[in-house]
Write a protein that binds this ligand. Structure first.
Ligand SMILES: *Cc1c(COP(=O)(O)O)cnc(C)c1O
Length: 370
């Protein structure tokens, strides 16, 4: 039996062999011409995937590092300002916690896990803030586009238009860690300020890098914010980006892989890539509705990860053992949803055929379990 277990979990995802191999190039220094050439080659390709003419920072960290970056650079420590943190599951809750731990005034807008953040809720929160004589407008709003813990995709464009209409000065910070590269998010078209993601989800890379598109407006704001810290200071990152450098030594091997993967993503075509994700999602949802039920609120199901309500009360551990013998692995429910749900990721370079093989194997498990 092969030791290769294909991952159908929402990060880290399955990485294709040519991408793994791209990491095995000879090392180069990060202050020389070859690195500058690599960085300069990557930048316009990243901008295409983010749909922006703005800069896209490359961070040697996971996405969590850029959560901290957004909190430290885009929100001051003024208790009358602060951030509106929208929370609909475990990841958005953690990001809200990151703002709090960095000492930022954090207003929570929370819905039960499995439900989406609606534009009307954001409208209400913004109106309440405007009516409060002791406060000024929110400096930022934080939105997790795709809540990986419960398979909910929030209506980003609708939320953004409410913010633009009612509180145009508020910076719009978006976590698209488990959707960017699988679903179209038009940074410039929507007028976002920070849009961040990690390498190990829809980009189909190993973990270790994170990317963030940052608007001129967010960068200007950062310059006015005290205590931005050191490693994730946008002002510093921008200074180095202008020279095709990073402030500290980056994960150069991963950047070789990124360079190659961006070529492959653009060769597939972004529209084609998004369409493939939508088809995989539809296939998994149809299967899940037939065999179980969907956990996410209808109409807000994610196109990159499906959270299946475990209505038959199967043993998810036993299912994974069955799948492991067939070279596959899926994800149990997250946190409190463990056992009550399980998750199938359909992201990055996964094919419809691979998804079908997985679903057929789960059907075989269900048939033998009776
Ligand atoms: C995975 C994930 C994160 C955390 O990213 P890391 O790269 O593990 O730090 C944050 N937000 C969402 C929505 C995620 O799916």
């Amino acid at each position: 039996m092969s030791d290769h277990i294909k991952l159908f979990i929402p990060g880290p995802v399955e990485v294709r062999r040519p991408i793994l191999e791209a990491q095995a190039q000879w090392m180069i220094g990060h202050r020389g011409k070859p690195f500058e050439t690599l960085f300069a080659r990557i930048q316009p390709k990243l901008r295409q995937v983010f749909f922006t003419q703005s800069r896209v920072f490359i961070s040697t960290s996971s996405g969590t590092g850029l959560w901290e970056a957004a909190a430290r650079n885009c929100v001051s420590d003024d208790p009358a300002g602060g951030v509106l943190a929208t929370v609909c599951g475990a990841f958005s809750e953690r990001w809200a916690d990151v703002f709090e731990r960095n000492g930022k005034a954090t207003t929570w807008l929370r819905v039960p896990e499995g439900q989406a953040i609606k534009p009307e809720m954001v409208r209400e929160a913004l109106l309440a803030r405007a009516a409060d004589p002791n406060k000024r407008p929110f400096e930022a709003i934080a939105i997790v586009h795709n809540e990986t813990s419960c398979g909910v995709m929030n209506p980003l464009a609708e939320i953004v238009s409410v913010v633009k209409a009612l509180s145009p000065q508020t910076l719009i910070l978006v976590d698209a860690v488990s959707s960017l590269g699988g679903v179209k998010i038009d940074f410039d078209g929507l007028g976002l300020d920070v849009l961040l993601t990690s390498s190990q989800k829809c980009f189909g890379l190993p973990p270790g890098l994170a990317f963030a598109a940052v608007s001129d407006r967010a960068l200007a704001k950062a310059a006015t914010v005290k205590n931005r810290g050191y490693y994730f200071d946008f002002v510093e990152l921008e200074k180095f980006l202008q020279k095709n450098h990073t402030p500290a030594t980056p994960a150069i091997s991963l950047m070789f892989a990124l360079d190659r993967q961006l070529d492959d993503m653009l060769a597939e075509g972004l529209e084609g890539r998004f369409a493939r994700h939508a088809r995989m999602a539809q296939r998994v949802r149809e299967w899940a509705r037939r065999q179980f039920a969907l956990f996410a609120e209808p109409g807000y199901e994610s196109d990159t990860v499906t959270c299946v309500a475990n209505t038959r009360n199967i043993d998810v551990g036993a299912l994974n053992a069955f799948l492991a013998a067939r070279g596959m692995h899926i994800s149990d429910g997250y946190g409190a949803l463990k056992g009550k749900t399980f998750r199938i990721a359909h992201m990055a370079d996964t094919t419809e055929e691979e998804i079908q093989t997985l679903l057929d194997a789960i059907d075989a498990f269900l048939a033998q379990a009776g």
